[in-house]
Ligand binder design. Structure first.
Ligand code: SF4
Ligand code: SF4
Length: 133
C-alpha cells in the first residue's frame, strides 16, 4: 500500500484499474449510481460503497460485497454518473479477479437442470458469462 496524491493505492487497486480501465479516485461518492441501480436493494453494500472500499484500500471488503455478483452490467450507473465513471466495469474487474482465484459463489454446473429448462436462454448465457468468464 502506498500513498499517492489520490490517497491510498494498493497493487490490487492498480490491477482493478488495469482490468476495468477506470480510475478509482475519479468517483467522488455522490451516490447517484446507487440511487438509480435497479438491483441496489438486493446488494447489501451499495455500488458506490464498493468503490469507496477500494479508495480506502479495503480491497477485501470490496471483494466480499454481494453487489459484485448482483450487478447486472446494465450501465444505468454510468449513464447517471456526473464523472462518467463506468462502475459496471469495476464490478466486472472485481468478478474477474475472484474467478481467477476460484472464488465464484456459484458454479454453473451445480445449477439444477429444471432451472435450465425454465430460464430464458438469455439469462443462461448471461449467467455463464458472469460466473465463468
Ligand atoms: S455516480 Fe459516479 S461519482 Fe457519483 S458515486 Fe457513483 S460512481 Fe461515484
Ligand atoms: S451496472 Fe451494476 S451497479 Fe451499475 S446500475 Fe447496473 S446493476 Fe447497478
Amino acid at each position: 500500500m502506498k500513498l499517492t496524491r489520490h490517497g491510498l493505492h494498493s497493487e490490487m487497486i492498480e490491477k482493478i484499474e488495469r482490468i476495468s480501465g477506470e480510475e478509482i479516485s475519479k468517483c467522488y461518492q455522490c451516490g447517484k449510481c446507487s440511487a438509480g441501480c435497479p438491483v441496489a436493494q438486493e446488494m447489501g453494500t451499495l455500488p458506490h460503497r464498493v468503490v469507496r472500499h477500494l479508495q480506502l484500500g479495503q480491497d477485501e471488503r470490496a471483494f466480499e460485497a454481494e453487489a459484485v455478483w448482483f450487478c447486472t452490467s446494465c450501465h444505468t450507473c454510468e449513464s447517471r454518473c456526473p464523472k462518467g465513471f463506468d462502475l459496471s466495469r469495476v464490478m466486472e474487474a472485481l468478478r474477474a479477479v475472484l474467478l481467477r482465484r476460484g472464488e465464484a459463489p456459484v458454479r454453473p454446473e451445480d445449477l439444477p437442470a429444471e432451472l435450465f429448462a425454465a430460464a430464458p436462454q438469455q439469462a443462461i448465457v448471461s449467467c455463464y458469462r458472469k460466473y465463468v468468464s
